[in-house]
Ligand binder design. Structure first.
Ligand code: CU
Length: 394
C-alpha cells in the first residue's frame, strides 16, 4: 500500500510523491522465506518523507480508501487518516537521522506493508534536497511541443500501456474475450486519425473508455507504441502536438496507408518538410531516412566512432539537401553520476557532431545546441543515454 506525501506550504511547497515499500523486501515477504531479512525489513521505502530538523512540521492526514493511521513513535505522533476527512498533528524533530513508523490502523491485507520512513535533514541539506526534487519534477513536466524520436516515444508508450491499457488488452496485445486485440488490429494499423479518435473518445459505447484524461505526451506515446509493437511495425510516429491539435478538433486527414518503415521511405516523405520541424498536424511523421538522426557514443567518450561518423555525415547530407530551416543538436545523458559532468559530456558530444556538420558544408549559423536531456531507466538499450540527436529546430 502506498503512502503519498504532498508538501502544502513552506520551502518544499508543491512537491508531491508516493512512498512505497522496497520491492525486494516485498518479494521477500511474498516468498515466505525471511531467513535473510535485513535489519530494516518492511521499513525500507523508495521515497522517504524528508523534513528539516528543528522545524515544526504540521501533518494533515486523509485517506482515499479505508481508515489508516500515520504513526511515528520517535516523534510521539499518531493520527488517523480517514477518507473524506482531514485530521492534523505536528512534530518537531530535534536530531537529524532516519526515523521509522508504520500505519497503525488495521486497514486490510496490505496493512503490514505501509512503512513510514522520515528522513530528518539539516536546514542546508533540506534546501538542497528541495532544490533537487523541484528540478526533477520540472523535468518530468512534458512540453507538448517537444518533437520526439520513435525509440523514445515507444519506450515512454510502453509504460503508459502497462499502466493503463494492459489490464484489458493484455501485455501481449491479444486482448481477451470481448476485449479486442491490438496486435494486428485494423484500427491500430489503420489511419492515425481513427486511433486518435478512439483513445480520446472511447469506442463501442464506452466498452473501450475514453482516455482523454491522459496527457498529450502519454497519448502520443501509447498510440505510437501500439503502432510499433508486437507484429505492428508501421513506423508511424504520432507527436504530442498532434494530440493538442486533435483536442481542438483537428485530426490528421486521410492517410489510410501507414508510412513504410525503414527500408524504403517513399520519395515524398524524404523530400517533404525537413524532418519533424513544425509537426504537421495533418500528416504522420516518420522517423526514418529524413531524420532525426541519432548519433551514438561510447560510454564516457565525446569522439565519434566510425558508425557515428557515418551517421553524422548522413545528417550533413540531408541538411545540405534541405537548405531551409535550423538544425537542433540535442544531447542525451543518463542520470547516474555527477549531473555537471554528464552535462559537460553531452555538450562536448553535441559540439563534436556540430563539427562534422560544418566540416561537411552545413552553415554553422543554422546549428543550435540544445540543453542536454536526461534519459532515465526503462529506455531499454542504454546507448539511448549516450547519444546526440540531429533534428529540425522548432
Ligand atoms: Cu493502512
Amino acid at each position: 500500500m502506498e503512502v503519498g506525501y504532498d508538501y502544502l506550504s513552506g520551502e518544499g511547497e508543491g512537491l508531491s510523491y508516493i512512498s512505497t515499500l522496497d520491492t525486494a523486501q516485498r518479494q521477500m515477504s511474498n516468498s515466505g522465506d525471511v531467513s535473510q531479512a535485513p535489519v530494516d525489513y518492511l521499513f525500507k521505502v523508495d521515497n522517504p518523507l524528508v523534513v528539516p530538523v528543528n522545524k515544526k512540521v504540521r501533518v494533515i492526514t486523509t485517506a482515499n480508501d479505508v481508515i489508516h493511521s500515520f504513526m511515528v513513535p520517535a516523534f510521539g505522533v499518531k493520527q488517523d487518516a480517514i477518507p473524506g476527512f482531514v485530521r492534523d498533528t505536528w512534530f518537531r524533530a530535534e536530531k537529524t537521522g532516519d526515523y521509522y513508523g508504520q500505519c497503525a490502523e488495521l486497514c486490510g491485507k496490505e496493512h503490514a506493508y505501509m512503512p513510514i520512513h522520515v528522513k530528518v535533514l539539516s536546514a542546508e541539506d533540506y534546501s538542497k534536497w528541495v532544490a533537487e526534487e523541484k528540478k526533477k519534477s520540472e523535468a518530468k513536466k512534458d512540453d507538448p511541443n517537444k518533437v520526439w524520436v520513435l525509440t523514445d516515444l515507444v519506450a515512454r508508450g510502453e509504460k503508459v500501456y502497462a499502466a493503463n491499457c494492459a489490464a484489458c488488452h493484455q501485455a501481449n496485445g491479444k486482448g481477451a474475450g470481448p476485449i479486442k486485440a491490438l496486435d494486428g488490429s485494423p484500427v491500430v494499423l489503420g489511419p492515425t486519425a481513427d486511433m486518435m479518435h478512439t483513445v480520446l473518445e472511447g469506442r463501442a459505447n464506452g466498452a473501450m473508455p475514453a482516455w482523454k484524461q491522459l496527457s498529450d505526451t502519454d497519448l502520443a506515446a501509447v498510440v505510437t507504441y501500439t503502432k510499433n509493437h508486437w507484429s505492428n511495425k508501421t513506423g508511424t510516429l504520432v507527436q504530442p502536438a498532434q494530440f493538442v491539435a486533435a483536442r481542438g478538433g483537428k485530426f490528421p486527414e486521410g492517410g489510410g496507408a501507414p508510412a513504410p518503415a525503414a527500408a524504403a521511405p517513399a520519395a515524398d516523405s524524404a523530400s517533404a518538410a525537413p524532418a519533424p520541424a513544425a509537426v504537421p498536424a495533418s500528416a504522420d511523421v516518420t522517423a526514418q531516412a529524413n531524420g532525426p538522426f541519432q548519433i551514438f557514443f561510447e560510454t564516457g567518450k565525446s569522439e565519434l566512432g566510425p558508425e557515428a561518423q557515418a551517421e553524422a555525415k548522413r545528417a550533413a547530407d540531408f541538411w545540405n539537401a534541405h537548405k531551409d530551416g535550423k538544425i537542433a543538436l540535442s544531447g542525451f545523458v543518463d542520470s547516474t553520476g555527477s549531473a555537471d559532468a554528464n552535462a559537460e559530456l553531452a555538450k562536448k558530444r553535441a559540439q563534436a557532431v556540430a563539427k562534422v556538420l560544418t566540416d561537411n558544408g552545413v552553415a554553422a549559423d543554422r546549428i543550435e545546441l540544445r540543453k542536454p536531456e536526461t534519459v532515465t531507466a526503462g529506455v531499454g538499450d542504454d546507448r539511448q543515454a549516450r547519444r546526440v540527436d540531429v533534428l529540425a529546430a522548432q
